[in-house]
Design a protein around this ligand. Structure first.
Ligand code: BGC
Length: 903
């Protein structure tokens, strides 16, 4: 026994296990997954470490688990390398129960880790019947869209000390909840946006610390949100009434329990929030604040009784990820007066969130904040591109010594704020600041280069993501749209997965996609779908149903998600098959290569890069079918692999017959047509290289510019690289005249624009009906920047970064690229530097992974690792000289390679 203890302690230095996740979260409270999965990371100072076994244990009591007694479940020692998404296999999990878990691991170096720290997860309410609370609404007739926010309250006494307390809550509309005057939780726009009629999230909060003995009060305020607020040209899409469902369950130290649930005992009124909507902003009248309304001491005599409504609880689900939270804070960069005389604050970053005010003034003074992304050519405040979204916040002062205010149920996309009506000073960073709000996802990627313009491009891509990952992936965050456009999400998904951990975020959204997919398999243009049912089934948009699950699977190795999405993937492919005649899908409405280059809307030069929409449809039909086959192979669905492979052959033959000329030209002769044809292997092998040449010629014909829209852009640099044209890929990446990625950077962009020329060369702004300055689609180049320029990616043979592919393609006179990625296994890094004829490459491969490394432009003889010949490094195997590259396999650890290099 003594010996055993000693050896464990000695081993613990070499190997530990940390970063425990249950499903997609750290210690989630309120999940409803009956077989949750566990992930962990190994930490080791050694090289070449692989997990050889793990042991998991679970208990309902934190104390018991440490002793190893009274365990609910133990996996025993399982010989396996799996450390990501390991499924729980114990007894059935119960509603409300908190489960504690820990794990220990063994490695291939003879080490055993000590047990990890104890983490937990807690189940939500697994059966709709456990909701004893009732849906309530206000009976105020004025309660309509854009009206005052209804408030609800209930005072109650607690005579015994509280042991635990949980608040289970959701709403029709979005809520802010309070207990004894304190805001519950730090999430915004809860319960989030889902396909409400089928899936409505509830949140669970541990609120024990907010309760006290004696008088208590619970309350909530509701906003229109997505439920009945404006969405595109519609409103009241999910219903006309805001309502609340709130269930506070308290367990006392003596074991007894009580539940305070919404019912007609609750009181309702309205207060200071006179109007609040995503598009239009908020009107807040400080004079109408009902001070202390959410505390027990408040006298609610003037309040009315809430009305109980009969509304479904069977659509309630627990969230898989946290919602929107406050993130970065921005202080004013400068305050200035425009030529038109407006006082404007510049926050220096096009961000999504709101402005917080700390001000003094007379009772009844009105301060008005208008939000804008850009100034016009004359430096005046510009809001035309917001279309019908007012984006105005009005605050009416109470007249207190100091008033602090931030909006509640709205958010704006802005860099500039016009302030009117305020007499006080604004330039002090103390009294006004902006807060970015977006979904709570960990930043996983970091990419820097020796080129400042590329660094700004990467920054813009990241901020395009932050601003548009507001509970669902949106097209843009500012105008009267802000919808889950599927085409944008499929184009940007793989880039997004480098920058942040989006596995939970997209797995939630994909469930809404399945929920909203039509019975005939057509996938709506937007998810959650709030458009007519006919707005569905378009090439390059609906294909998000196959593209995103596959991207998530390859990035995170989430097989269960792939399995859950499989019926949706298949239904989408079947939809296209059903629309096709002789395997050709050439009917129906399509958006095409949205926002492609054209010299002018009335172009007659023939330079407009219009790609035949049905050609696009046929290529995406093939691509989706291929991804379905890939998924079927992973899931062991051999029959599907066989039948869809046959279908795919037919789709490609039909394509070749319809769109390829005898001389091998593709109709249309555009970059996007070539790219989709090549990227999706639409042609037999011998015809591909000649087509790639045509692509390059086309790029040259446009003076080394891209002409692609949303659908072609993600593929341009990857296809050029694949066919040996890194030089052209770099030329496009570094091009800084329109159309190009760096043109907006040079124009001062801090996010990715919807159009290549949102601001024209002469300073004019593009057509305001479609000119968002925060649209992430073109940011899809980020994928190539990580994957190829930096050379960091998962090896497809072992997805989810279990095997890493480190294969940089230096070029473009860039002397340094450093990309880091927090993978599911830990920190991975690929950094290269070229100077004075020496190529240096520093890499980190996390424990429990291996990497295939390809050193570019290297000769085996000249390579050293940490100063020694590469041949002597133990963790390296399979060294092989390959034309100008050297490749090998390497185990985990950090390595420093160096060799002579000429470019
Ligand atoms: C959105 C796009 C979207 C498109 C459909 C636009 O209004 O902003 O990003 O994909 O409609 O073509």
């Amino acid at each position: 026994m003594m010996l055993l203890l000693l050896s464990t302690v000695a081993f613990s230095k070499a190997l530990t296990v940390n970063s425990l996740l249950c499903e997609y979260q750290v210690n989630p409270v309120g999940i409803d997954i009956l077989k949750p999965r566990f992930s962990w990371k190994l930490k080791s100072t050694l090289r070449n470490v692989l997990q050889t076994a793990y042991e998991l244990r679970v208990s309902t009591n934190a104390g018991d688990i440490q002793t190893g007694k009274q365990l609910l479940y133990t996996s025993g020692k399982v010989n396996s390398e799996q450390s990501v998404f390991v499924s729980y296999k114990g007894p059935q999990l119960l509603s409300r129960m908190r489960y504690y878990w820990q794990v220990r691991v063994w490695d291939n170096q003879g080490n055993a880790s000590p047990w990890s720290e104890v983490n937990f997860w807690e189940m939500g309410l697994l059966n709709p019947r456990e909701w004893t609370a009732q849906w309530i609404k206000t009976n105020n007739l004025a309660d309509t869209t854009d009206g005052a926010s209804p408030m609800f309250r209930k005072a109650f006494d607690l005579s015994k000390p509280v042991k635990t307390a949980r608040l289970y809550i959701t709403s029709h509309g979005i809520y802010e909840a309070f207990i004894n005057g304190q805001r519950v939780g730090n999430e915004y726009f809860t319960p989030g946006w889902t396909s409400y009629n089928k899936r409505l999230q509830y949140q669970v909060y541990d609120v024990a610390s907010l309760l006290k003995s004696g008088g208590n009060a619970a309350g909530a305020v509701l906003g229109d949100g997505w439920f009945r607020g404006h969405l595109d040209k519609w409103k009241n899409l999910y219903g006309k009434d805001l309502s609340l469902l709130m269930q506070l369950e308290i367990t006392f130290t003596d074991g007894s329990k009580t539940t305070i649930g919404t019912n007609n005992d609750w009181k309702t009124s309205d207060g200071a929030i006179r109007s609040s909507s995503f598009y239009n902003g908020e009107i807040y009248d400080g004079r109408l604040v009902k001070s202390g309304w959410n505390t027990s001491a408040y006298n609610d005599e003037g309040w009315q009784e809430a009305t109980v409504i009969d509304s479904s609880k069977s659509n309630l689900i627990a969230p898989v990820i946290p919602g929107v939270k406050k993130r970065e804070i921005f202080r004013p960069l400068k305050t200035f007066v425009t030529p038109k005389g407006d006082t404007v604050i510049d926050f220096g970053q096009n961000l999504v969130g709101w402005v917080v005010l700390k001000i003094k003034g007379k009772k009844g003074d009105v301060i008005t904040l208008n939000h804008a992304e850009v100034l016009d050519k004359e430096n005046n405040f510009y809001t035309l591109n917001l279309r019908h979204a007012k984006c105005v916040v009005k605050y009416i002062l109470k007249g207190d010594a100091e008033e602090v205010y931030e909006p509640h149920f709205t958010y704006q996309g802005f860099r500039y704020v016009k302030v009117s009506g305020y007499k006080g000073r604004l330039d002090s960073s103390m009294n006004i600041h902006a807060v970015a709000l977006y979904s709570d996802m960990n930043t996983t990627g970091n990419l820097t280069t020796s080129n400042p313009l590329l660094n700004q491009l990467q920054h813009n891509i990241e901020w395009g993501q932050k601003g548009n990952f507001v509970d669902v992936p949106t097209d843009c965050p500012q105008r009267d749209e802000r919808l889950g456009w599927t085409g944008d999400a499929q184009a940007f998904g793989s880039t997004a997965a480098f920058n942040m951990n989006v596995s939970g975020f997209f797995s939630k959204w994909l469930k809404d996609l399945s929920a909203d997919q039509r019975a005939d398999g057509a996938v709506p243009w937007v998810i959650p779908n709030m458009m007519p049912k006919t707005s569905a089934g378009v090439a390059g948009w609906s294909d998000v149903a196959t593209i995103l699950p596959w991207t998530m699977y390859t990035t995170y190795g989430d097989t269960r998600m792939l399995e859950e999405q499989y019926p949706s993937m298949k239904a989408w492919v079947n939809y296209m098959r059903d629309q096709s005649k002789d395997n050709l899908w050439n009917t129906g409405f399509h958006f095409g290569d949205w926002c492609f280059y054209t010299p002018s809307p009335t172009d007659d030069s023939g330079k407009g890069a219009v790609t035949d929409k049905y050609l696009i449809a046929q290529t995406f039909y093939a691509h989706s079918t291929q991804l379905l086959i890939n998924a079927a192979a992973v899931l062991g669905k051999e029959d599907d692999v066989k039948s869809y492979t046959e279908l795919l052959n037919q789709i490609k033959l039909a394509f070749q017959k319809e769109y390829v000329t005898a001389s091998g030209r593709v109709l249309s002769s555009t970059q996007t047509a070539y790219l989709l044809t090549l990227a999706f292997d639409m042609l037999p092998e011998p015809q591909r290289v000649p087509l790639a040449k045509r692509l390059v010629q086309n790029i040259k014909d446009y003076g080394n510019h891209l002409t692609t829209g949303f659908l072609g852009t993600p593929y341009i640099c990857p296809v050029l690289t694949r066919f040996g044209y890194d030089d052209i890929a770099y030329t496009l990446l570094l091009q800084d005249t329109y159309p190009s990625w760096l043109y907006p950077v040079k124009k001062g962009a801090t996010t990715i624009w919807e159009r290549w020329d949102g601001i024209k060369a002469n300073g004019d702004l593009q057509d305001p009906s479609m000119n968002s300055f925060n649209h992430y689609s073109y940011g899809a180049i980020g994928n190539w920047m990580y994957h190829t320029m930096a050379g960091l990616n998962t090896d497809e043979s072992m997805v989810g970064y279990k095997k890493i592919l480190i294969a940089p393609h230096p070029g473009g006179k860039i002397s340094m690229v450093d990309a880091a990625l927090e993978t599911s296994y830990g920190y991975a890094n690929s950094k290269w530097e070229v100077s004075s004829g020496i190529f240096k490459m520093d890499i980190t491969v996390p424990p429990n992974t291996t990497a295939k490394v390809v050193l570019p432009g290297a000769a085996r003889k000249g390579i050293t690792e940490s100063g020694k010949s590469i041949n002597t490094v133990k963790a390296i195997s399979g060294l092989q000289q390959d034309n100008t590259d050297v490749q090998f396999q390497v185990g985990s650890g950090t390595y420093h390679f160096q060799y002579p290099y000429s470019n």
